[in-house]
Ligand binder design. Structure first.
Ligand SMILES: [Fe+2]
Ligand SMILES: [Fe+2]
Length: 231
């Protein structure tokens, strides 16, 4: 995968709803990947719908939020679509779905394993489109999807999964890292049954020990203002 700073430019360079290369066949492949997400887990749990809801919420919030950062309407739509696959790697057969819902806080080893979902997501998309044209495989939309998959757990201080720091991360990536943490913190987990309110989650992004130095301060302030204004 190429460098990261281009996502802000890539996402403006096409329109997912109106691009002849992103044809019906491609859309059906994207849809099949989405089905994998919705059907994730087994009959005894609702892991698929928890993940699908998280992806839809982060897409919806992100699409609106990036418009307030100056991105266009079609960039927002591109974001909505591409971001739906950011956690696809969790559906990879390498994982036992229960690793995401341990009754205890994840151990260091479990955390290490879970981190692989970013790279495995890229792999699953590549595998799904491997027989399609070069034009499609190198399309900016695919690059945006890859970037959101690989980089949505980055931290501007370099403590994220790939260790990419500061302004080497594009604004779109900085934004999804914040939105993903915000939404993830409100999901009820077996080891953390109390659900946080949006206000608590926003406060945690800013003041929580876990997130000190993690996010772009300007974009975080913009996000908090955006969320409070929309509350
Ligand atoms: Fe993730
Ligand atoms: Fe996520």
């Amino acid at each position: 995968m190429s460098s990261t700073p281009n996502v802000d430019i890539l996402i403006e360079s096409y329109d997912v709803q109106n691009d002849p290369i992103l044809d019906e066949h491609y859309k059906s492949i994207e849809n099949a990947l989405w089905q994998e997400i919705e059907n994730y887990g087994d009959d005894t749990n609702n892991y698929g719908s928890v993940m699908a809801n998280h992806l839809q919420r982060t897409s919806a919030i992100g699409a609106e939020f990036i418009k307030t950062l100056g991105f266009s309407e079609h960039a927002a739509q591109n974001f909505y679509d591409a971001n739906l696959l950011h956690d696809l790697g969790k559906t990879h057969h390498n994982y036992d779905p229960h690793i995401w819902h341990t009754p205890h806080r994840p151990t260091a080893e479990e955390r290490e394993e879970k981190r692989e979902h970013t790279r495995l997501g890229v792999e699953l998309v590549d595998l799904a489109i491997t027989k399609l044209s070069d034009e499609l495989q190198t399309h900016p939309h695919i690059q945006v999807i890859h970037n959101l998959q690989l980089l949505h757990h980055e931290r501007v201080d370099g403590t994220g999964y790939e260790g990419i720091k500061g302004d080497r991360l594009s604004r779109i990536v900085k934004a999804i890292c914040i939105i993903d943490a915000y939404d993830g913190d409100m999901i009820r987990r077996s080891h953390q049954p109390a659900k946080r309110t949006p206000e608590e989650a926003l406060k945690r992004l800013k003041e929580g020990q876990k997130y000190q130095g993690a996010f772009d301060e300007v974009i975080l302030e913009q996000f908090i203002d955006f969320m409070l204004g929309n509350a």
